[in-house]
Ligand binder design. Sequence first.
Ligand code: ZN
Length: 507
Amino acid sequence: MIGTVTVGAMDAWDRLLPKLRELRDLTSATALLYWDLHVMMPAGGSESRVRSVATMRGLLHQRLTDPAIGEALEELASTGSLDEDRQASVRVLARDYDKATRVPEELVRELAEATGRANGLWVEARSKNDFSIFQPILERIVGLKKQEADAVGYEDEPYDALLDGYEPGMKTSEIAEMFEQLVAGLREMVEPVVAAMGPRPEWLSATFDPAQQLEFSQWLVEVLGFDTTSGRLDTSPHPFTMAVAGGDVRQTTRTDPNDLLMSIFATMHETGHALYEQGIPEDLLDLPIGRVPSLGLHESQSRLWENQVGRSRPFCEFMLPHLKKRWSLELGMLDPDEFYRSVNRAHRSLIRVTADELTYNLHLALRFGLERALMNNEITVSELPAAWNDAMETNIGIRPPSDDDGVLQDIHWSMGSIGYFPTYTLGTIYSAALFAAAERDLGPLDDEFRQGKTKRLLDWLREKVHGRAYRLDAKDLMAEVTGAPVTAEPLLDYLRTKFSEVAGISL
Ligand code: ZN
């Protein structure tokens, strides 16, 4: 009897494997089209490229929902003879398949059409500072996302269904608890830290040649361990990282002649994403588990390299002489202490993407609260601008003078990405918990960082996180690596210690 089951299971697995490889190849081709759209191609081709990408996504959806995959999964689910990686693969693929088949094609098409129109309206509303231009299409998108949540299904609240698309296995209530703890801690810190910051250092306003900034970034990514024989660094207006295929991980950064720090930390951020992708074991890439488990965990790596490494005092000390070599005139007089304080300068700001490490997550708490309230029918789209401004005042202590610096600042809702924002904060929470665990295992890393050596940390991340791929959901992997369920406490500890030092006060 057992023998028969095993043979059947192997049959089903053998039938599944070529389909998985095909899904992988289609994903890879789509990724390359997307990368090229944002990095290389002439603007004239973008309209037809957007269509090609949509066609490829449709094709991927079709192949993923192939009933033959459902049948193979059913056979495999009832067998106990699969090894661990195949069992995990069946679990992950079954979830993908289930979700993809639950959302009716008509709804997928309507969402694609609405979000396709929304981008232009959002751009126009923002440039004219007029929310009423964006409001009707946003109402349509929110309505469709509610339908999507109903189609996918949820236990407690509709937001769970959307969140699960970015952070599988995580509940809204769990995120809400972390946010509550985090916001309470952050609000206590913002006032005294910002008050102790002093004026903006003059050197930040100097001009830095963009070509030289890119050259510095090329050097920096290699220092951090990014393998340039299996990856590339280019520039794009919005930095991103894309794993095109095994041995081909693309990352981008951006340069602005008047903002050297933005370029450095965009590069360190994306390198964190890219190192993660380069650390997924090659032999798993064809399997459903051969990927990063969640956006939050992906973001944990970018935040860790950007903040815990890049913005640390020892790493700043390491970078400064290398920066001075390139910009002796602009940075010649800068001492390490001033550089470190400039890098970590906290201030109240209206805009999330330029927010500092301390206030950043308060911007995200605001978005999470509003999205959840929208999905629970506690507020309407027309009430969003006022609700946004009120929350800014409560969370950050300033009120946006206009909607282009308020509710209209992010592209995400125009793309239908509701449930995405909290993964940024989750990533930051994960990054602090992981770094604390790394220091527990490895001992202090300061001396190495001061020499630009990060290999011991990278090796630890490879073993504990990257190499595990999607064998576990992010929150389970985190609990396993750190030895406890994740909370916001390690992040608050880290921020208290750091900003006490930066601001010269006791938090
Ligand atoms: Zn990121």
